[in-house]
Design a protein around this ligand. Structure first.
Ligand code: PBG
Ligand code: ZN
Length: 327
């Protein structure tokens, strides 16, 4: 009775009803967070060539775009701003402007949809003239002077009404600095979702095109985690727990299912995974060539993320939830 022919696994997958009963369900829309790009202007929804289905919206159009997404059941967004290039400087000062593009977008979103969970990306790369995630020192980003700007930026987002802030600069001590600044400004309820295990990845290309935030010179390997040294990547998440993060994150997601599973097992914090721009674009590129079925690929890869242990799916499929996940 221990094997074939008595044991036949095909019995358990014989019909759609059996497969549905035994399989893990597709994640519901409430697990998704939609990353959105917001730019200056009015009436703008500028398509992003490397990310079909995603746009750089002016604030008015962003509000219109969020409305049907909310109806589909997705209840949160992660806001990325594209400031006017004239506002960029070497240290990214404009990121903390109370009337900056992100701050105004947050106010507009919370006013239109008080129950929408609005998270913001906290980084400086879209605000620095050189495109690095902080101010430049002699040979790389200068860690400690960058912390103050990041903390001020986070506080300005919260003052505009953000429910959560998500620091992505990968500076040492950024979570501690932001948590302290939030406490000092009386924001004890703000959720701090750390981009805790964020790798220096080749999969961010389409995003940098969307955000116009590629570093002018050099790369981000001096601050983002090396994918070839997984112990460091695990320590990044451990330290962020100690520094006061509420939610951890693994980014990118699909190449790092091992990290998702390990961080899920090692901590009891909620775990977000960022299914990044390159992961989005590669599915689309394959489908466009007729080499794969988009919906099937998206369902399979998203299921893998949940199976590995993701609680929150930061995903560009979020605004396409019905198209991808509803039969
Ligand atoms: C900026 C930032 C990046 C992403 C999120 N925040 C790019 C980078 O670090 O170069 C990538 C998101 C994506 O690829 O979808 N700190
Ligand atoms: Zn950055």
């Amino acid at each position: 009775m221990n094997g074939y022919p008595d044991v036949r696994l095909r019995r358990l997958r014989r019909t759609p009803a059996l497969r549905a009963m035994l399989g893990q369900p597709l994640p519901g829309p409430e697990r998704f967070m939609w990353p959105v790009f917001v730019r200056e202007g009015e009436g703008m929804a500028e398509s992003i060539a490397s990310m079909p289905g995603q746009y750089r919206y002016s604030i008015d159009r962003l509000v219109e775009a969020v409305r049907p997404v909310l109806v589909s059941g997705v209840r949160s967004v992660l806001v990325f701003g594209l400031p006017d290039p004239a506002e960029k400087d070497p240290i990214g000062t404009a990121a903390a402007d109370a009337n900056g593009i992100v701050q105004r977008a947050v106010r507009a979103l919370k006013q239109a949809f008080p129950d929408l969970l609005v998270f913001t990306d906290v980084c400086l790369c879209a605000y620095t003239t050189h495109g690095h995630c902080g101010s430049l020192g002699e040979c790389d980003v200068d860690n400690d002077p960058t912390l103050g700007t990041l903390a001020q930026t986070a506080v300005s987002h919260v003052q505009a009404g953000a429910d959560g802030v998500a620091p992505s600069a990968m500076m040492d001590g950024q979570v501690k600095a932001i948590r302290a600044a939030l406490a000092d400004s009386g924001h004890t309820d703000t959720i701090l979702m750390s981009y805790s295990t964020k790798f220096a990845s080749a999969m961010y290309g389409p995003f940098r095109d969307a955000e116009q935030s590629a570093p002018g010179k050099g790369d981000r390997q001096g601050y983002q985690a090396p994918y070839a040294d997984l112990n460091q990547a695990l320590r990044e998440s451990e330290l962020d727990v100690q520094e006061g993060a509420d939610i951890l994150m693994v980014k990118p997601a699909l190449f790092y299912l091992d990290m998702i599973a390990r961080i899920r097992a090692a901590h009891n914090l909620p775990l977000a995974v960022y299914n990044v721009s390159g992961e989005y674009a590669m599915h689309i590129a394959m489908a466009e060539r007729g080499w794969g079925d988009l919906r099937a690929m998206v369902r399979e890869s998203t299921t893998a993320l949940v199976r590995a242990g993701a609680d929150i799916l930061i995903s560009y499929w979020a605004n396409r939830y019905e198209e991808m996940f509803v039969d």
